[in-house]
Write a protein that binds this ligand. Sequence first.
Ligand SMILES: O=c1ccn([C@@H]2O[C@H](COP(=O)(O)OP(=O)(O)O[C@H]3OC[C@@H](O)[C@H](O)[C@H]3O)[C@@H](O)[C@H]2O)c(=O)[nH]1
Length: 300
Amino acid sequence: MAVSDPYLHPESTERVFYQSRGGFDSFNSIGKVPLGLKRKGLRIVVTGGAGFVGSHLVDRLMARGDSVIVVDNFFTGRKENVMHHFGNPRFELIRHDVVEPLLLEVDQIYHLACPASPVHYKFNPVKTIKTNVVGTLNMLGLAKRIGARFLLTSTSEVYGDPLQHPQVETYWGNVNPIGVRSCYDEGKRTAETLTMDYHRAAGVEVRIARIFNTYGPRMCIDDGRVVSNFVAQALRKEPLTVYGDGKQTRSFQYVSDLVEGLIRLMEGEHVGPFNLGNPGEFTMLELAQVVQEQLTQMQR
Ligand SMILES: O=c1ccn([C@@H]2O[C@H](COP(=O)(O)OP(=O)(O)O[C@H]3OC[C@@H](O)[C@H](O)[C@H]3O)[C@@H](O)[C@H]2O)c(=O)[nH]1
């Protein structure tokens, strides 16, 4: 990915001297402030920002000096994930469900809001597809209205039950439109369609990330995805629940790598879709073995 990335390095300077914004803070006692010496923070909304991935993204954006508005309905997100930013004037938290419209003034929109674990998104499938379709429509409408750049977090599940390995972005997938996962797979596929249509028809600046299985701190213990399930079961000394024959494969990425990928994608020129994951694949049996071995080593 060709990435121009001034924002990942807050200390980097753009040499624009004595540029007046005409505002209250443009002057000091000896004249104009050299604004170009300091990177100007962006205003960013993160939908789903109190969730597992969202809250790590928020941490990175806050750390580089941006002003962040988190929008979350707390279905799977938790206040505890972002409460360390409470009291910071650059941070705001709004309890809001993206299926309802929202008006905000921001420069960038990271749209993460949607339950991502199969256990959670199958809990209320109609709500899941509504979140992906109506929620994405609302946030794209906002991006168009205010001229913000919009990043959609899509999923590796748009490839369905893939007939190609590994899946490249040009592969169109093999998706069942009426299966129990369709609320999520087809919801995200429609969200991608909407994103590209707003880009082509309305000129909205968009980015699409297809996220593969991700793990790390702040995953709920009851998340239901395989890494947290196996770790929780091993800690409780319970048998690991390997589904099927365990020969199905997945790749697993650490959450900080994903967050770095999301920020680079947002700041770069590549519209996407762009796969974000780990190229190394494991079978679930191999994963179960790795988890057991690690736990045994730690307990020695
Ligand atoms: O306890 C378990 C849980 C899961 N599994 C298996 O492990 C594999 C991975 O399942 P997970 O539930 O972790 O999730 P998936 O990889 O299917 O999808 C996940 O990764 C891609 C993301 O975009 C999706 O949002 C996310 O749900 C599946 O084959 C599943 O059957 C087990 O063997 N045991």
